[in-house]
Every structure is written in C-alpha cells, then in structure tokens.
Design a protein around this ligand. Structure first.
Ligand code: GLN
Ligand code: ZN
Length: 760
C-alpha cells in the first residue's frame, strides 16, 4: 500500500482571508481572538481537504500568521534580543518582529531559495540561546487531533534553520550554535511524541545547495541526536537534486526521506540504489513549483517497479510544499475551458495525488477514467494551436549572432549618443514610475469595470503623463520618463498584451506576510500582435524637448515572475519574450524615442541554486536581454535597471548584457554594493541609486554627494548617472518632489566641483 501526503499547502485561504484579517488586525479593527479564529478556519479547511482526498496524513505546522521561519524563531525562543520580548510571544509581538515597531526596525526579509516567497531572517549572535518558546505548533497538533485527523507535523530542520539565519556579530560561525539548538529540537520532538505523533516531517531544503563540508558533516551529528527522541523522522529535501549531498541524506539515522523527483528526477535510480532497506521513500512526483497538470500515466510507468519493491514504504507527494502555487482552480470562471483543463493548482494537485494513490494500491483500472482524462488534457495541450505558433518557431530558428549584438561596440555607441543627447556630466534621471495616486488607481478600476470608455481612460492617463512631465521639467531632470501611470504591474501590463500569456482571477500566491502576487501564466508561444507602449511614449515625448525614456520590462523578469511552460526549456520561453520586447523597442525608436530602458530587476533572482548551474543560465539570460535590446540603432541608448540583489558575483554577466547604461540599487548599502567595481572594470555607464525609495525619509543633497563621491572612487565620473534606487510608484508626490530636488542639486554641485577641478 503506497501512502500519500503533502509537504505543506497554501495558507492564505481560498479567498485571501488571511491577508484581509491580518491587515484588519494591524489596523486595530479586529482583535487577536478574531484573527486566530480565521487562522483556525483556514487550517481546518486545509486539513479537511487533505483528509477528504484520502491522504494518509494531514500536515500540521505549515500554517503561519506571517512566515514559517518566523514561527520557528518563536518556537525556538530566539527572537532578536533587541526587541526585548520575553520567551513566549504574543501575536502582536510576533508581528512586530516582522514589521518593526517604534523602537526597532523589522527583521530582515529575503527570498526563500529560488521562489518568490520571502522569509524573515533569524538573527544570531555568539551568545544566542534557544529554548522551547511559542506553543502554537503543539496547540495546532492538538487541534487537528481533536478534529480526528492523523497528524504529521512539519518542522524546518536545525541545519536549514541555521543556514538561513544571519550572523549579527563578527567573528563567529553560526554552525557553532548547533549544539545549543539540538536539545531544543529534541524537546520539541519529545513533546510531539507525548502528543501521540508517529511521524514528523523535518525539512532540510539546504540539501539541494552547495554545502561546505563542515555543514554536510554536521548533518550526521544532528540527526543522531534527534533520532534519540523516538519519533519517526521524514527528512525532506526539495528544490533540486541532492548531488554530492545524496549519500549524506540517505544514510542519516531517520525513518524516511523525501526527494524532489521533478527537479531531481535523474537521481531517482541512484536514490533507490542507496536507500537502506528499512527506510520510507517519499517520492515528490507532482511539481509543486508550477501550475501544470502532471502526466499521471508517466508517474505510473516510472514508479510501478519501485512500488512493487517498497510497497508501503513508498509515499507519494508533490515535489515541495504547495505554498508556491495558488489554492484552487474552482473559482476560475474566467479562464478559457481548454486552458483550464491543462492546469492544476494546489487542490487539483492533491486530487492528482489521490488518483495516484488509488491507482498504485488498487490497480490502474480503478482510476481508468481519471487517467484517461489526464491523458486527454495533456494531449490537447501538446497539440494545441494556441500553444504552438509556427511563425514564432521560425523566428527563433532564424536567430543568429547578429541578433544578439548591437552594430558597434559600446565606446563607438557612446560617442554617437553623447553627440546626440549632449547630456551634462552626472546626468539625472529616474527609474520609471511616479506615484500611483488614488486618482490613477480609480481611473484604472473604472476602466476595467467599463464605467469609463477607452477615450476617457486615455485622457485621464494623458493628464497624469503631462503632470509627471511638468514636474520633471520643473525639477530640472535631464532624462525624463512618462511615469507608468497606465501600468498596474510591470509584468502583467506587458503579459496582457502578448499572445501566449493568460491571467487567473484568483490565482494568488503568498509573497510575504499579507502580500500576495498573482503571477501570469505563460502557456504558449509568445508574440506581440501590436505595439504596447508606443502611444503613451510618443505622447510623453511630444510634451518636452528633453529626451523621454521609453520603459519596457525585460525577458528574464517577465519569465521569473510568471508561471512558465514546462514543455520547453525556460531559455526558449525567454528568447520568445525577448523577440516580442525587441519589436517594441524598434517601434519605440521609430516613434522618436531615443532612450529605452529595459528593466531586469529579477535578473539575479533567476540564478540557479547551485553555482555549477550558473554559467549556462547567465549565458542564455544575457543573450535574451541582448536580443531584446539590439534591434535598435547605435545612437539609441539602451538602459537597464536592477534592484535588491548582490551584483558583485555576476558583474561579468551583467557587463555581457551590454546595456549602454545600468541603474542599480546601492544606497541602502551605502554604496557597499559597488565593492566589486573596484576589481572588475565595468565597461559601460552606470547609475548607482543615490537614495532609498522604500523609505519616506528625504535625504539631503550633501548625503547624495557623499555617496556619489564614494561611487566615483571605483567608477570613472564620466560614466556616472544620478538616479534613485528604484521606481517611485509607492511614494507620494510631496516626498518625491522634495527628494528629487535634492538629487538634482547634488548632481549640480558635483558638476561644479568638476568644472573647478578642470579650471585649476
Ligand atoms: N520601471 C519600474 C518602475 O520604476 C522598475 C520597477 C522595479 O525595478 N521593480 O517602477
Ligand atoms: Zn527597481
């Protein structure tokens, strides 16, 4: 008898109930008891769904009011001491850790592996202590048991917890804290055992990373310790193959292992070879990272032999937690029926798991109808005219090295562009968006609802563009932008105008805390039926004699922030998008736009988890960017923008994008991010952000001058641009104007200083 389970499910509720009640709680509109009731309702519904589908366990501990790592900080009693909280946390204090309070800034947040989920980073110091803290996990276990469910709690393992934490003092290694941490984990396991728990899932996703040998070695010690608690441990790895960590994982003294058979599929044979004869193997065969139906018949072919061998030691599961997919297709009335038949959100993945379980245990005829439905859906996707566009395929096949390079090298282009634009030294610009005011949002909403027509909407947007242009002229900026008033989201805006993209109505995925995103679905070959931004850009340029920068989203970012096809390599999808963006850039140029920015904020996020996989990624990612950017003439200036990441380790790959100008985030790190520019001579022009747009604080000109002087130590002043860190859409106009006028003043004062230096 094969068993079935999930590693975790979405926790925001079918209709984002968690978000709305979190926010109501923060506004003081509901109390903690009311919020807890919403959480309890979501958990009960999730467990009920798993139970009703015939899964052998319900997973407990995957719920969190903000974040699962923060829950572990609470559970392990290690909230940062700077908050001054006691050992157990109130819900309100828990949120203060995540969001900050009057006295303390929030804990840092960072991306969870290569997903778009963000976790709160535990803060560790040499004197950090751990102790059994919040009792929530035990309460939730009891809650599920009372409701009659067979419970499998889930914990983030001690090594992944330490790895994902940050050392907040110099001169110590957080791995040294393991010995203090293990006794608390042992206590947690012992406590779960007294609650009658048989199996505990313990997640160690860092097993899919490049680990220093000391960390790998620590696994054995850690799991010997935890094994003594006497509960059965299912060690779960996911997000990639195990590679050199494979033997470590399989030999640990645990009762079972979960492996990612989607991303680590090639390793399955090896896993089976090394799997000790008593251990359970949880095979993650349903992709937890995308929204496509799995090929269930193929899973049967693949695992049938294994099932005969392992029998009830074979567990079936999604590859990872379903946190990263939307909850259910049930509400998707707007999606076209054919496309919908190809999709599986969390509920549908759970149903697929149930089909697999029945099929393995009762024989495939028992699920014949479900299997033939599945095969039919896959065949229709495979053959669909809407997926495959011969013109796109032909264009891709015809790509040569001519398409991914500008005509002339950078220095020649730079000369042409200087001649054309005659910009001053330290030219000033912004990153694209201006404040998205209530008026803008309401105009967009009314247009979507049909309350105003296209003409009325266009007029409203033109008013906004005119306003933004007037403000920029008054401020004295050198390169202007139209302000992006017409855009809700930088990916959705383009996706809605491209073929091959679809949008769900309710396909929300948690990004962090109460923040959810609704990623577009790339289902087919991508092309651009008509210009997407040209009218707005042309209008904006007509209002000013200064250069107006056209604004596009780059192929890698479009890919990274969408659910993408699994029937062709990511690189192929990226190239298709690149060609569509290239067409747009060429049309912008023809409409008289001389400077075009192609944003790639997600360029670094796309990096594979393992370093060995970086070079091929960087190769196709930079090529996709260059394809999007090199249809234009050499006198047209291409900008790109990136934010929120460490760039130094990929500087050569960023240089390989060959943008004429790059603007990047640096101000929050006091230009520390420019460190790498000392060693690597970045060839093109660069605008290191001089102020943090995420803070309402208005910096003064002197501060920005100081930052630019710091930048000038590693980058030649003739290459420097002056701009904020990122787009201004989240700010108000008053602060935006105040900050930009300081920024323009900073650029002017630097120019004067340079003139004085030349005169001397
Ligand atoms: N052009 C975009 C903006 O200004 C860039 C956003 C981003 O980097 N995430 O809003
Ligand atoms: Zn940005």
């Amino acid at each position: 008898m094969a068993l079935a389970h999930v590693l975790g499910v979405p926790r925001i509720g079918a209709n984002r109930e968690l978000k709305f009640s979190q926010e109501a709680f923060w506004r003081g509109e509901i109390d903690a008891a009311a919020l807890k009731a919403v959480g309890s309702g979501i958990r009960q519904a999730n467990w009920q769904r798993q139970h009703a589908a015939g899964l052998d366990f319900v997973t407990v501990g995957d719920f969190a009011f903000y974040d699962q790592m923060l829950n572990h900080v609470a559970l392990l009693g290690c909230a940062p001491a700077r908050f001054g909280f006691g050992e157990t946390l109130e819900l309100a204090q828990y949120f203060q850790l995540a969001r900050g309070n009057a006295a303390c800034h929030a804990m840092e947040m960072t991306k969870w592996f290569d997903t778009n989920y963000h976790y709160l980073v535990p803060e560790l110091k040499p004197d950090s202590r751990f102790s059994l803290g919040a009792q929530w996990l035990f309460d939730e276990v009891a809650e599920a048991q009372t409701a009659g469910f067979n419970v499998k709690p889930v914990l983030i393992g001690p090594l992944s917890f330490l790895w994902l934490a940050k050392e907040k003092a110099a001169g110590f290694d957080r791995l040294d804290l393991l010995d203090r941490l293990l006794p608390v984990y042992a206590q947690i396991l012992a406590r779960l055992k007294t609650q009658g728990v048989e199996w505990v899932q313990i997640d160690e996703p860092i097993l899919s990373l490049d680990l220093p040998s000391g960390w790998r070695a620590a696994f054995e010690r850690a799991y010997h310790h935890l094994n003594a608690a006497g509960v059965k441990l299912l060690l779960a790895s996911y997000f990639g193959p195990l590679r050199e960590n494979l033997l470590t994982a399989l030999k640990l003294p645990v009762a079972g292992v979960h492996v990612d058979c989607v991303r680590g599929g090639d390793e399955l044979a090896q896993v089976i070879d090394w799997l000790p004869a008593t251990k359970v193997l949880s095979a993650g065969v349903i992709d937890g990272r995308n929204i496509w139906k799995s090929d269930l018949n193929a899973v049967f072919e693949r695992l049938e032999g294994l099932h005969l061998r392992l029998a009830d030691r074979l567990w079936l599961a999604p590859s990872c937690s379903l946190l990263h997919v939307p909850a259910s297709l049930a509400g998707e009335a707007g999606l076209d029926a054919e496309l919908k038949s190809w999709l599986a959100f969390a509920d549908e993945k759970i149903a697929a798991l149930a089909t697999l379980k029945t099929g393995f245990n009762e024989g495939r005829p028992a699920v014949a109808a479900a299997l033939s439905d599945n095969a039919r859906a896959l065949a229709s996707r495979h053959a669909s005219q809407r997926v495959h566009d011969e013109a796109v395929a032909a264009r891709l096949a015809a790509l040569t090295s001519l398409h991914d390079a500008r005509n002339k090298p950078f220095t020649a282009r730079q000369a042409l562009q200087r001649e054309r634009f005659r910009l001053p030294l330290f030219p000033t610009t912004t990153i694209g968006s201006f404040p998205q005011t209530a008026a803008i949002r309401s105009a967009r909403a009314r247009f979507k609802k049909g309350e105003i027509g296209a003409a009325g909407y266009a007029a409203a947007m033109q008013r906004e563009i005119r306003h933004a242009v007037e403000k920029q002229e008054a401020l004295g900026l050198d390169v202007l932008v139209h302000g992006e008033a017409e855009r809700n989201d930088m990916v959705e805006y383009f996706g809605e105008q491209l073929t091959g993209f679809a949008f769900s109505q309710n396909g929300w995925v948690q990004s962090y805390g109460s923040r959810c995103v609704k990623p577009p679905i790339v289902y087919g070959d991508v092309s651009r039926p008509q210009p997407m931004t040209v009218d707005w850009a042309r209008y904006a340029q007509s209002l000013t004699g200064k250069p107006m920068k056209g604004m596009l989203t780059g192929p890698v970012t479009m890919l990274q922030w969408s659910f993408v096809r699994d029937d062709q390599p990511r690189a192929a999808t990226a190239l298709q998008i690149a060609l569509a963006i290239r067409d747009e850039a060429v049309d912008l140029e023809a409409a008289g736009i001389g400077i075009i920015q192609i944003d790639e904020p997600a360029y670094r996020e796309g990096l594979p988890l393992r370093r060995a996989d970086w070079p091929p990624y960087l190769e196709w990612a930079s090529r996709a960017f260059r394809i999007s950017a090199s249809g234009v003439n050499d006198a047209t200036q291409i900008h790109t923008h990136m934010c929120y990441s460490e760039f130094n380790d990929i500087l050569p790959a960023i240089a390989a994008m060959d943008a004429d100008v790059i603007t990047i985030e640096t101000s929050r790190s006091d230009m520390e991010l420019l460190r790498g520019f000392g060693d690597f001579d970045y060839p093109n022009e660069i605008g290191p952000g001089v102020y943090d747009i995420h803070s309402p604080r208005i910096p003064d000109a002197e501060e920005m001058v100081r930052l630019l002087e710091k930048a000038a130590q590693v980058i030649a002043p003739e290459k420097l641009w002056v701009n904020p860190d990122c787009g201004l859409k989240t700010r108000g106009w008053a602060e935006t104007e105040a900050a930009l006028s300081q920024m323009v003043a900073a650029a002017r004062s630097l120019r004067q200083a340079c003139q004085r230096a030349v005169a001397r």
